[in-house]
Design a binder for this molecule. Structure first.
Ligand code: AMP
Length: 418
């Protein structure tokens, strides 16, 4: 049965915690963004304050085997700095039994990168592309068989299991899901996971109405799952970014050289029909900022979204569109934002995305709206633009948040709950 980190008695217990310390490093192996480590600190401090000890496990990068470049030893200094505790390091995550057994309350052991072992992900490695399906199948069965031992060994180190790695919650890996079964009475979410789950619930299941979703980003094809799932959850849907032009073309508009997925035109038509059927109001903005090339120093002007001249492309939402959306957003009690409404990486075309961030901050502070920024580049945009602390919740998990918004059950969550 699932336990709560707030009421669990950690006194004298060893807690194995799946954290997401997959942080970016520079050429000198210095951590260039410590957000993920910082975010895990409250969970780790809770265990230590309760008289427990910690065994931390994570992946870093995508190693294909043991590789110094991906060693978690590089980030020890940063964990020590943020947690304020000395770290003991196990340089092989499968040979940490003695170190784990020797842990005293208040001590912290960090295991080496889990992905040095293929068993973490449960996928065979090093197979040539041209091997037969038979060989692939046999290799897969072999990893799956040794994965059991891998999971059991990790589990043997601890008395309880905490999953606080939302970024990998959509993966059914050894450390994110399979290990949970060894702790039927002693498994729980950490604070990051609790926060993410609550935020998702506040939008998908227990929302205050009206609910508005802003779905932006480059491609219809990558957002179709979310859009369809949200149709039964939201009152309004604002569609922005590069996706818009596929919809405009589907309606017979002129889109110049704007981004367009021709193979998604039928899908766009279906989405529009379904929105009408479900009573969801769609807003795409009637005007856009267009450019004569995909570059910061392009010439730009505002034009109707469905009348873009030849040789020009839509790059950002125009102020008039943002104004229209603002009315919808300020009347909403719950807002979900996924995906930028323009090419925000270029200063010149970041204005629409910045305006959305500002409106969300205003809706949160003035109206008490619940605002969740989740998945993909909108998270990068609010962080970069300095609005992260002004909205209700900014998700830490890209792919995991996308799958949750698509209505899928995440293995990392299910393993704790079941
Ligand atoms: P996603 O990862 O699906 O959220 O997509 C984010 C990407 O969409 C960002 O890199 C944006 O630059 C891009 N994007 C947003 N609006 C446009 C547009 N009008 N044309 C091309 N790319 C866009």
């Amino acid at each position: 049965m699932q336990k709560s980190i707030d009421s669990y008695n950690f006194a004298g217990k060893r807690a194995i915690v799946r954290v997401d310390f997959n942080v970016p490093l520079d050429a000198d192996f210095k951590v260039t963004d410590d957000t993920r480590i910082r975010a895990a600190v409250p969970t780790l401090k809770k265990v230590l304050a309760g008289g427990g000890s910690l065994i931390l496990m994570s992946h870093l990068g995508r190693p294909k085997g043991v590789a110094d470049k991906y060693s978690l030893k590089h980030i020890i200094y940063k964990i020590e700095e943020l947690l304020g505790e000395k770290i003991v390091f196990a340089d092989d995550c499968m040979k940490a039994g003695a170190q784990a057994a020797a842990l005293k309350p208040g001590q912290v052991l960090l295991l080496e990168n889990l992905r040095f072992y293929a068993e973490e992900e449960g996928k065979p490695r090093g197979l040539a592309d041209d091997v037969s399906d038979e060989v692939k199948k046999a290799a897969k069965a072999e990893v799956k068989a040794s994965q059991k031992e891998f999971v059991k060994t990790l589990a043997s180190y601890a008395d309880c299991y905490i999953n606080d790695a939302f970024g990998t919650a959509h993966r059914a890996h050894a450390s994110t899901a399979l290990i949970a079964k060894y702790f039927p009475e002693d498994k729980m979410f950490g604070y990051i996971m609790e926060g993410e789950i609550k935020a998702i619930d506040s939008v998908l299941n227990n929302s205050r109405k009206p609910v508005t979703a802003i779905i932006g980003g480059a491609k219809v094809s990558s957002k179709i799952g979310i859009i369809e799932n949200l149709f039964s959850k939201v009152d309004n849907m604002i569609i922005g970014g590069g996706m818009v032009y596929t919809f405009v073309k589907a309606q017979g508009g002129k889109i110049g050289t704007s981004l367009c997925e021709d193979d998604q035109i039928e899908v766009a038509k279906e989405i529009m029909a379904k929105a009408a059927e479900k009573g969801v109001k769609l807003y795409m903005g009637s005007e856009v900022v267009i450019a004569d090339k995909f570059a910061e120093d392009a010439q730009s002007k505002v034009c109707k979204v469905n009348d873009i001249p030849d040789g020009w492309m839509g790059m950002d939402a125009a102020p008039s569109s943002v104004k229209e959306w603002e009315g919808v957003l300020m009347a909403s009690k719950t807002i979900l934002w996924n995906g930028p409404v323009g090419v925000f990486e270029m200063e010149k075309f970041a204005k629409g995305t910045k305006a959305i961030a500002e409106i969300l901050a205003k809706a949160t502070q003035q109206n008490g709206a619940f605002t969740l920024v989740g998945g993909g580049d909108s998270v990068a945009a609010v962080n970069q633009m300095g609005y992260a602390s002004k909205v209700s919740y900014v998700s830490t998990g890209g792919g995991a948040m996308l799958e949750a918004l698509e209505g899928k059950e995440l293995p990392g969550i299910a393993a704790i709950k079941e």
